[in-house]
Design a binder for this molecule. Structure first.
Ligand SMILES: [Fe+2]
Length: 225
């Protein structure tokens, strides 16, 4: 059974970037709905006893869609900060190395988020060999499926911003950039900074530190639905 992680901040903590009303729908209806739907779908199946990351790497169709959306949303909440934080340390050095500057990454990230057609996600990810890149995924798709390590993500489904920004997705992305939780991003970058963190084989939950990290995120402060 998969559980709904507790929202890591108060419903109104992100105002005016994200209103409490948006959080009530986004977390209270959408994220919660994916958890309830997935548990209905996996009942009595081989997936029932698996971790979330294991389900994502093995399933397809509705089970994949709901499992991936649970992970994507859990990760998205962890990427947000109500107070201003700054990129620093080894992650900032890597950004400067791979993108030229933090400002260049910002411009490209917002452009990629604004240009994604339909619903989806825009991510800063690292490749297994360590290079940082920006990746768009449509609908529920997630970098976990392709062994890319997410550093942070912005949800660009309309349900993430339509109440507060209507159709102005670029404005939402610009505000997102001001609320990135760089402490969380640095922690993930540093904890996955090894050549052996992930292999090309499907995830083995015991030996894959990244899957363990993601499942720890999922399991923190869990809420029973
Ligand atoms: Fe969402």
């Amino acid at each position: 059974m998969i559980t709904l992680p507790k929202l890591p901040f108060a419903e109104n903590a992100m105002e005016p970037f994200i209103s409490a009303e948006t959080i009530q729908y986004h977390y209270g209806k959408h994220h919660t709905g994916y958890v309830n739907k997935l548990n209905d779908l996996i009942k009595g199946t081989e997936y029932e006893e698996m971790s979330l990351s294991a389900i994502i790497r093995r399933a397809d169709g509705p089970i994949f869609n709901n499992a991936a959306q649970i992970f994507n949303h859990t990760f998205y909440w962890k990427c947000l900060s109500s107070s201003s934080t700054a990129a620093e340390g080894t992650l900032l050095e890597k950004i400067n190395n791979d993108f030229g500057s933090l400002e260049a990454l910002k411009e490209e990230f917002i452009k990629m988020g604004a240009s994604l057609f339909g619903s989806g996600w825009v991510w800063l990810v690292r490749e297994p060999k360590g290079k940082l890149m920006i990746k768009q995924t449509s609908n529920a798709h997630t970098p976990l499926s392709s062994n890319l390590i997410p550093i942070f993500v912005c949800d660009v489904w309309e349900h993430a911003y339509y109440i507060d920004y209507r159709n102005a997705r670029p404005d939402y992305l610009k505000e997102f950039w001001k609320h990135i939780n760089w402490k969380s991003a640095s922690k993930i970058y540093e904890e996955t900074d090894t050549d052996v963190f992930i292999g090309i084989e499907p995830c083995n939950d015991i030996h894959d530190p990244f899957c363990q990290l993601m499942d720890e995120l999922q399991d923190e402060d869990r809420v029973t639905t």
